[in-house]
Design a protein around this ligand. Structure first.
Ligand code: PLP
Length: 621
C-alpha cells in the first residue's frame, strides 16, 4: 500500500498491522479504535475522520520551509501564505488554518461573495492577507472595502481590466482606500491536469498591455500606492518543479517590469500549484510531484531573489496560495466493506461432472486439467471460444442452466490458473493483460464515489486506499471497489502504484470482524465538489485530536445529512411527504390491505427513515 511513500510522515503502519495517524513527533493513534468507538456510540458509517493537528502541522511545515529558505539565501523579504478556502471551506479546516497560521500571518483567499463573507468573520493576524480573487460585482467589491475598515489586510485582485473602474468607483463612494492586486496571464504553463489554468488562453488575468494600463490609470488617479500585489497562478497540482521555476521567473520579471513602470508593489503572489504526492512515486505523473515542500520553497525564494538582484528591484513579500498541500492529508474517508462479489469460484459447490453434461462443459473440464506454462495462451483462446459457444447453445436451449453454471465456473477456474502461471512474468500477451481485473473480486463499500471522492470519477484522481488494520497479514485477494449508488460508474478500478496504475488492490478476506478501508489524502476539493447522486448525502465526520500515549479524543461528531434534508433539497417538504403517506395508508386501511397496527408501524418506520442516515445502516460487528 506504499504508506511511507505517500503519507509524508502523517500516517504510518504500526507493528500490530494498523494504520496510525502521526500528527506530530511523539503523537500517534491507530485509526481502527477510533472507528470502533464511533460504532460503539451507536453512530453509523461511513465517516470522514478529520485531524486538525495534521492541518496545523501542514501549515507549520509550509511556513517553516519558506522561513528556512529565506534565512538560507539571506532573502530580505518575507513569506506570507494565503489559504484559498475553495479548496475546503469546512469550519474546522478554515479555523484550524487561521489558528495555526496566526504566528506566521497566514491569510485566506476568497473567490466569491459568500467565501468573502466567511473569511471576513475570521480573526486573523492583522498582517495576514485576505485576497479577493474571482470575478466581482459591486457587492463583492464593497464587502472587500468594508473589510479594510475593519483593519483587515484585504487585497482585491483584478481578474479583468474592467474591474478596475468598479473598484475605483466603489472606493470613492465609500471613502475607503483600496489595496489592489492584478492577476497576470503568464505565458508559462503548468504541468499535470490543470495546465490549462495558465497560458495566454487562461480564463483569468490581464495581459502585459492591460497590466501597464492599470499602472497608468492608477497614476492618473494619484493612487499608484494602492497597487500592492502581482498575482499569478499556473494551475493546481503542478507535478514538475521545473515548470514552477519557469513560471516564478516570468512572474518576477513581470514584477520588476511593473516596478520599473513606477508601481510600488509589496507582494508577489505565485498562486497555488504546490502538489501532493498521491501515489508516492515522486515523479511527474499526474498523481505525483517530483519535488518536496522544502524544495518548492527553496526554488521559489531562490528564483525570486535571483531576478530581483539582476533587475535591482526590492525583494517582495512572497505569497503563495497553497490549498491542496495544506489540506489533503488531514482527512480520511472510512468505508466499511459490506459484501464481496466476484467471479464464481466454488466449483465443488456446483454439481459434480456427470455423464449427461453437455460436451462443451466437458471440453472446458479438459482445458482446465491440461493447462501448462507451455500452452496457456492456446488454452486461453480455446476456453474463450468454448465459453462463447456455451452461451450460444444456452440461448438456443441446448445447454441447461446447470451446465451453464458449471461451464462458467470452469472458465473462471481456467483464468485463475493462467493468472497464477503468468504472475511475475515480464512479458504478458496483450489478451491476458486485463486478467487480474476480470478475476478481481468486487468489494462493495458503503459510500458514494460521487459524494466523497468525486475527482476519482471526474478526472481519474488517485487516492491511496488502505485497510485500516490487518496489515501484518498477507492479503489473499485482489479486488476492485464498488460503491452503493445505482450507477455503474460508482467504482474504483485504479489504484496507486510506484511504476504505473494498478487495476486491482490486494485485499483481505473479510472475516467476522468488520473490514474497513480508508481513502487517504482526500481533504482537498472533495468535500465541496461532492454531489448528491441517488440522494446519498454528506458523510458523518469525526474531528479527532491525538493525545500522548497513543490515545485520542473525538472532539466533535457531526452526523451526516439525513434523508429528509436530501429530499427537501430537491424541492419537497417533509409535511407534504408525511401527509401523502398517511392518506395512502388510510386508503389501504379502508381497502383492507393494511391493519391499523400495521398502519401505525408503517408510519413510524417511514418517519424514522426520513430522519435516518442516507447510507446503509448495518449493525457493525
Ligand atoms: N489560487 C488560485 C487562483 C487557484 O485557482 C487555485 C486552484 O486552482 C489555488 C490558488 C489553489 O491551488 P492549489 O490547491 O494547487 O494550491
Amino acid at each position: 500500500y506504499q504508506v511511507p511513500n505517500w503519507s509524508g510522515g502523517w500516517f504510518r503502519v504500526n507493528d500490530r498491522g494498523q494504520v496510525e495517524v502521526t500528527p506530530a513527533p511523539g503523537l500517534h493513534a491507530p485509526l481502527r479504535p477510533i472507528i470502533d468507538e464511533i460504532v460503539e456510540r451507536g453512530e453509523s458509517l461511513p465517516v470522514i475522520l478529520r485531524f486538525p493537528q495534521v492541518i496545523a502541522g501542514r501549515v507549520k511545515h509550509l511556513n517553516d520551509a519558506f522561513r528556512k529558505a529565506i534565512t538560507e539565501y539571506g532573502y530580505s523579504g518575507h513569506y506570507q501564505g494565503v489559504f484559498p478556502i475553495k479548496v475546503n471551506q469546512r469550519r474546522v479546516v478554515v479555523e484550524s488554518i487561521a489558528a495555526a497560521g496566526y504566528e506566521y500571518a497566514h491569510g485566506l483567499e476568497a473567490g466569491s461573495k459568500a467565501e468573502l463573507a466567511l473569511c471576513l468573520a475570521q480573526r486573523l493576524n492583522p498582517e495576514a492577507l485576505l485576497c479577493c480573487n474571482g470575478f466581482k460585482d459591486d457587492g463583492f467589491i464593497k464587502l472587500a472595502l468594508w473589510g479594510r475598515t475593519l483593519g483587515k489586510n484585504v487585497v482585491i485582485t483584478i481578474e479583468k481590466y474592467s474591474e478596475l473602474d468598479r473598484i475605483l468607483k466603489q472606493a470613492r463612494a465609500l471613502g475607503v482606500k483600496p489595496a489592489i492586486g492584478v492577476r497576470f496571464k503568464l505565458h508559462a504553463r503548468g504541468s499535470g491536469q490543470w495546465e490549462e489554468s495558465g497560458g495566454d488562453q487562461a480564463k483569468f488575468g490581464l495581459n502585459a498591455y492591460e497590466l501597464l494600463r492599470v499602472v497608468e490609470r492608477l497614476r492618473e488617479e494619484n493612487m499608484l500606492d494602492s497597487l500592492v500585489m502581482l498575482h499569478t497562478h499556473i494551475g493546481s497540482q503542478i507535478t514538475d518543479i521545473r515548470r514552477i521555476k519557469v513560471a516564478v521567473r516570468e512572474a518576477t520579471q513581470t514584477y520588476a517590469g511593473l516596478i520599473a513602470a513606477g508601481a510600488q508593489l509589496k507582494y508577489l503572489n505565485v498562486g497555488g500549484g504546490l502538489g501532493v504526492d498521491y501515489d508516492g512515486s515522486k515523479t511527474t505523473f499526474y498523481a505525483s510531484m517530483n519535488y518536496t515542500v522544502a524544495e518548492y520553497a527553496a526554488d521559489v525564494v531562490y528564483t525570486v531573489q535571483e531576478v530581483c538582484k539582476a533587475r535591482e528591484v526590492p525583494e517582495p513579500t512572497i505569497v503563495s496560495e497553497s490549498g491542496r498541500a495544506l489540506t489533503a492529508h488531514h482527512a480520511v474517508l472510512v468505508m466499511p466493506v459490506v459484501d464481496v462479489t466476484g467471479p464464481t469460484r466454488d466449483l465443488e459447490e456446483l454439481a459434480a461432472p456427470n455423464e449427461d453434461s453437455h460436451q462443451i462443459v466437458k471440453d472446458l473440464e479438459e482445458i482446465l486439467v491440461g493447462i501448462s506454462a507451455r500452452n496457456y495462451r492456446e488454452m486461453y483462446n480455446d476456453a474463450v471460444g468454448d465459453k462463447q459457444t456455451l452461451h450460444n447453445l444456452f440461448d438456443l436451449g441446448y445447454v441447461t442452466l446447470n451446465d451453464r453454471a458449471r461451464g462458467e465456473a470452469l472458465f473462471n477456474a481456467i483464468l485463475r490458473k493462467i493468472a497464477k502461471l503468468i504472475q511475475g512474468e515480464k512479458y504478458v500477451p496483450d489478451e491476458l493483460e486485463d486478467l487480474q481485473k476480470v478475476l478481481a473480486d468486487k468489494y462493495i463499500c458503503n459510500f458514494s464515489l460521487f459524494q466523497s471522492l468525486p475527482d476519482n470519477w471526474a478526472i481519474q484522481a488517485l487516492f491511496p486506499i488502505v485497510p485500516l488494520d490487518r496489515l501484518d497479514e498477507k492479503p489473499t485477494r485482489q479486488g476492485t471497489l464498488v460503491d452503493i449508488t445505482c450507477d455503474s460508474d460508482g467504482k474504483i478500478e485504479k489504484f496507486i502504484d510506484l511504476r504505473d496504475v494498478k487495476a486491482t488492490l490486494p485485499l483481505h478476506e473479510p472475516g467476522s470482524r468488520p473490514y474497513y478501508l480508508g481513502a487517504f489524502l482526500m481533504g482537498a476539493y472533495q468535500d465541496v465538489l461532492g454531489s448528491a447522486h441517488n440522494l446519498f448525502g454528506k458523510v458523518s465526520e469525526a474531528h479527532v485530536t491525538v493525545r500522548p500515549g497513543g490515545k485520542f479524543h473525538i472532539d466533535l461528531f457531526v452526523r451526516g445529512q439525513k434523508a429528509r434534508r436530501m429530499i427537501e433539497s430537491m424541492g419537497y417538504e417533509e409535511p407534504m411527504l408525511r401527509d401523502s403517506i398517511e392518506d395512502q395508508a388510510d386508503e389501504a386501511l379502508k381497502e383492507g390491505t393494511l391493519t391499523s397496527d400495521q398502519e401505525h408501524e408503517l408510519l413510524e418506520d417511514y418517519g424514522e427513515e426520513l430522519l435516518g442516515y442516507t447510507y446503509l445502516e448495518y449493525e457493525e460487528g
